[in-house]
Design a protein around this ligand. Structure first.
Ligand code: FPP
Length: 260
């Protein structure tokens, strides 16, 4: 089956190549409906499917979803088990959709912590999709930025001990090379659902200059129209990376600086 054509929405401004999402609010979504929390996670899977497919069809290069944090292991074991099962079932059921949309799957995090069955399904799906040339879907699982940095530092220290890394030569790019997935460019836009104004240990290194978009909507209510709203907001942001844009310097023509 041939892939549906890429249809980038015309936002009138830049489009994010890498989008990362903190999928929060599943529990609250369920509680508001008088349902157990795990029902919120099941409803959240529908948003994962919708948003993954929409991003792939819009030509997003990479989508990173914060699916399970290192801290999430502290939740009641029934909730953890449900999340692991949902992950396995999602990967199993959505293989066809991933293949049809040319999506490549990659997982980041302390994956050795995952239950063997879930890990096996992940590895099989990564393998199955590895030759796809469309969007990269990264699932952050048993992921935490602080543990990623600790793991990176431990690997670098081993290389220093082995004599293959000179401590005097360590710079930002050296450290980046030890992160879980150094090849994927930093996220341009980080979306957080559920209204909390924090990053919660997600991509702290990589999101240093990402634009942030927070919505009060819970993750199960986040679908294509809400995605478009976030993309639209991104398209009007002016990214300076600590510098100035050409029209903001004192020697830019007055009209460009907004002086009449
Ligand atoms: C946060 O909501 C969400 C999670 C801890 C898990 C996210 C998982 C899914 C969306 C489903 C499974 C994932 C995949 C990739 C198939 P919360 O429980 O903290 O919500 P709350 O803040 O309202 O309590």
């Amino acid at each position: 089956m041939s892939r549906p054509p890429i249809q980038r929405p015309d936002l009138g401004g830049p489009f994010p190549e890498h989008l990362a999402i903190v999928m929060d609010g599943n529990g609250r979504w369920a509680k508001r409906r008088g349902l157990p929390r795990v029902k919120g996670h099941s409803a959240g899977v529908d948003s994962v499917r919708t948003i993954t497919t929409a991003c792939a069809r819009m030509g997003v290069q990479s989508l990173t979803l914060y699916a399970f944090s290192v801290e999430n292991w502290q939740r009641p074991s029934a909730e953890v088990q449900t999340l692991m099962r949902l992950l396995r079932v999602f990967l199993w059921r959505e293989r066809r959709t991933l293949m049809d949309n040319g999506v490549r799957l990659r997982c980041i995090g302390r994956l050795h912590d995952l239950p063997p069955r879930a890990l096996r399904t992940l590895r099989e799906t990564e393998e199955l999709t590895s030759a796809n040339d469309g969007m990269l879907l990264r699932l952050a699982l048993s992921y935490g930025s602080r543990s990623e940095l600790a793991d990176a530092l431990a690997s670098a220290a081993r290389d220093v001990r082995a004599g293959t890394l000179d401590p005097e030569a360590i710079d930002e790019e050296t450290l980046r090379a030890y992160l879980y997935d150094p090849e994927t460019p930093d996220p341009d836009l980080v979306i957080r659902t559920g209204g909390e104004l924090r990053l919660s240990n997600f991509l702290l290194w990589q999101a240093s200059y990402s634009e942030l978009f927070v919505t009060d909507l819970c993750w199960p209510d986040f679908r294509e129209p809400q995605l478009l709203e976030a993309l639209q907001a991104f398209s009007s942001r002016r990214r300076r990376y600590g510098s100035l844009l050409p029209d903001e310097t004192d020697d830019a023509p007055a009209a460009e600086r907004g002086v009449s």
